[in-house]
Design a protein around this ligand. Structure first.
Ligand code: F1P
Length: 344
């Protein structure tokens, strides 16, 4: 079965490799800006690109040790006083696959008119409005997509941000093997994502993630919703205990993105949910060792940590959404009610 969405999901190892090569060869585009100091850093976008901004902000702050936030583009111009303080010096990253999403372009223009600081645009489409309205345009054309839903564009733009954070701290070599690690993981675990996606007995889908995985959990949730028209919910692990766990039963699939840093806390939550009857789709660095109803994608490569693992996890969430859509007789290339770009 071949369609744009599937081809683009499977193209990610190549898109990542080409993007890293491009960034290595074009340091002149971003070197000066990335080495500058700002009071605070902002990542903004819409939909998938907002989910990306959530993970990007967590990663940027953790790697560069600078104050960073991820915000929906509409908040920048609707509630600017809640985002920027007068006199503050900001670096705003505008994220948009198309570079034409009205809110994102408006947010960048509003920011430049009202606040001090610089702007970087990251987009997969050459000559887009976003790239024309920022100080530093970064094009990730290797992840150009024909599909409506975003897949390789999400991970490749996030990889670009990870690279810039590592460039600032002199550790870009940490990313060298990611593409080949992903290739191995896809060949090993794609069938597991397909098997779970095709299991139509599940009726409730809960995505759990902490730290940089929270934005990835939201993205997996959106993929399942967009492609297979499935209602989903997303939480930080320990938040799920504070009420939402009331709905857990034998028809619940919990998609759990565990971290290295908080694994024991996350494992305790998942043990509880397994006792309530849920099935766990676990993506993580070490096994939960649950007695039953647990399927695992385990990333045991030593190059992987809480900064690089989130990128790899996203691919299996895309595959889960893709295969559930197919199993429900839907065409992921033509998701109901959606357009490739939201222009107001
Ligand atoms: C953002 C977006 C996507 C969504 C759909 C409509 O696009 O909202 O997240 O899946 O494709 O557009 P962009 O600003 O990244 O081009």
């Amino acid at each position: 079965m071949s369609d744009h969405t599937y081809n683009e999901i499977m193209h990610q190892p190549q898109a990542w490799s080409e993007t890293l090569n491009y960034l290595n060869k074009n340091v002149n585009l971003y070197r000066d800006m990335i080495k500058k100091s700002f009071d605070s850093y902002l990542f903004t976008g819409c939909g998938t690109s907002y989910n990306l901004s959530l993970s990007a902000a967590a990663l940027w702050q953790s790697i560069t040790q600078t104050p960073t936030r991820g915000i929906p583009a509409s908040e920048v111009f609707l509630f600017p006083e809640m985002i920027c303080v007068p006199g503050g010096k900001y670096l705003l990253f505008g994220i948009s696959r198309s570079g034409e999403t009205t809110e994102t372009v408006k947010a960048v223009k509003f920011f430049r008119e009202n606040f001090q600081g610089m702007t970087i645009g990251i987009s997969c489409d050459e000559g887009s409005s976003l790239l024309k309205n920022v100080h530093i345009p970064l094009l990730t054309s290797s992840a150009h997509e024909l599909s409506v839903v975003m897949s390789q564009s999400f991970t490749t733009m996030l990889l670009t941000i990870l690279y810039l954070a590592y460039f600032r701290t002199g550790r870009v070599n940490h990313l060298t093997d990611l593409s080949s690690v992903l290739e191995k993981l896809i060949s090993r675990y794609k069938s597991l994502a397909q098997q779970l996606g095709e299991n139509l007995a599940f009726e409730k889908f809960i995505f759990l993630g902490n730290g940089p995985y929270y934005g990835i959990a939201w993205e997996g949730s959106l993929k399942l919703k967009e492609m297979s028209l499935t209602p989903t919910e997303t939480f930080h692990f320990l938040e799920f205990r504070h009420g939402p766990k009331s709905i857990v039963d034998e028809k619940t699939l919990i998609i759990a993105l565990t971290s290295f840093k908080a694994f024991q806390y996350e494992k305790d939550v998942l043990n509880e949910m397994s006792d309530l009857g849920a099935t766990i789709f676990h993506i993580g660095g070490k096994s939960l060792d649950l007695p039953a109803r647990c399927q695992e994608v385990l990333i045991e490569e030593n190059v992987i940590d809480d900064h690089t693992a989130p990128l790899l996890y996203a691919v299996f969430l895309q595959l889960l959404g893709y295969y559930r859509a197919r199993a429900r007789g839907m065409n992921p290339d033509q998701p109901k009610n959606l357009t490739k770009v939201v222009q107001l």
